[in-house]
Design a binder for this molecule. Structure first.
Ligand SMILES: [Zn+2]
Length: 359
């Protein structure tokens, strides 16, 4: 028949050399063989024999046999279909401790031989896969923890200075200056109004021109996060706990030496916290970067020009003077200009997020 599969002679009998559960190296060898040959049945340790009814099984891992999408099944299964294609994805590396053999079988095949054992082995496999993936996450992130801690130490004073400036600036805008930048410069877009001749059609069809006041784009500024009500970077509130969480993980990983020695609870916890810490840091960093642009771009100068423009929505003055921003507005409550200090750390260069260890 067309797709009859010849099994190597050596695999047609039991190869009872696996008295121990296969370790990581052996699992890698098997998966590599399947990837390269697309023939689970020709792996040197595979027993292409049918398991005894009621046999006990340990599922060690799963594998996919490479094949085009249009091909639903490629590999033969010793349990149920030894010479014809039976399965493709989620094949099982099945260890049979009583016989000391390994069989590479279809994903569900053993169910018909011993359903209870199949279900129990499946539950155990899922548990092992979770452990493996947690360990892989910890190994991937572990080496960059020190760099992250160093980064938090670099970012914290900058973010804190930006937060102080943001709070002082907004207090001044709201209380002293009555200047609602958050509303009139939304998204950093500054507009002025201009009178224009606008053509229109009268009811009798004649085109005439009338004067209309229309908004015109004046400029766009960077760093509008400094006044757009998106809130502070929360340097102390967010980065502080993040730093101590990372430091705890680092200390514990050094203590145990290898992540395999962590308790189950610690391993699950660290595998969750490490990627999340990275995401939170990346967020804090981009938030700080965005707000910092208010100080490092020409935003202040541009706002100052806008405030002087005769048809801007508010008349105000804003300029940078020796480590501070000095503001006054036509509608301000006090008579003297308001000075908002820029902390010396606020405009320092922000670090880049260190790369993680790719496996
Ligand atoms: Zn089968």
């Amino acid at each position: 028949m067309a797709d009859y599969i010849e099994i190597p002679q050596a695999n047609l009998r039991n190869i009872p050399i696996f008295s121990d559960e296969p370790n990581e190296d052996l699992l890698q060898e098997i998966k590599q063989h399947v990837r390269e040959t697309r023939e689970p049945h020709s792996w040197r340790g595979h027993s292409h024999t049918k398991p005894e009814q009621g046999a006990l099984v340990v599922y060690c891992d799963e594998f996919d046999v490479p094949a085009p999408d249009t091909v639903p099944r490629v590999a033969p299964c010793p349990c149920c279909n030894p010479h014809y294609p039976q399965y493709k994805n989620k094949g099982k590396i099945a260890w049979f401790p009583d016989e000391s053999v390994i069989r590479l079988i279809g994903p569900q095949c053993f169910k018909a031989i011993n359903e209870g054992a199949h279900q129990a082995a499946l539950v155990e496999l899922r548990r092992k896969q979770k452990v493996r993936s947690e360990l892989a996450t910890i190994r991937r992130h572990g080496p960059s923890i020190d760099a992250l801690l160093k980064m938090v130490d670099e970012v914290s004073p900058i973010a804190a200075a930006l937060d102080v400036f943001l709070q002082d600036l907004n207090r001044a805008l709201d209380n002293e200056l009555a200047l609602p930048l958050w509303r009139v410069a939304r998204g950093g877009i500054l507009s002025v109004s201009e009178e224009r001749n606008v053509p229109y059609r009268k009811p009798d069809g004649v085109i005439e021109v009338r004067r209309e006041v229309v908004p015109v784009h004046f400029a766009s500024i960077a760093g509008y996060g400094m006044f757009d009500r998106s809130g502070p970077i929360a340097a102390q509130k967010k980065l502080g706990p993040l730093r101590s969480g990372l430091a705890d993980i680092s200390r514990r990983l050094i203590e145990v030496g290898v992540p395999e020695r962590l308790t189950d609870a610690e391993r699950t916890d660290f595998a969750e916290k490490l990627p999340r810490a990275r995401v939170l840091l990346a967020e804090a960093l981009s938030n700080a970067r965005e707000k910092q642009e208010f100080l490092t771009s020409d935003a202040i100068e541009t706002l100052g020009r806008w405030g002087r423009h005769p048809t801007a929505p508010y008349r105000f003055s804003m300029e940078r003077k020796r480590g501070a921003v000095v503001l006054s507005s036509a509608s301000q409550r006090s008579s003297s200009p308001v000075t908002v200090a820029i902390g010396s750390d606020a405009a320092k260069a922000l670090p880049e997020l260190p790369p993680i260890n790719e496996e």
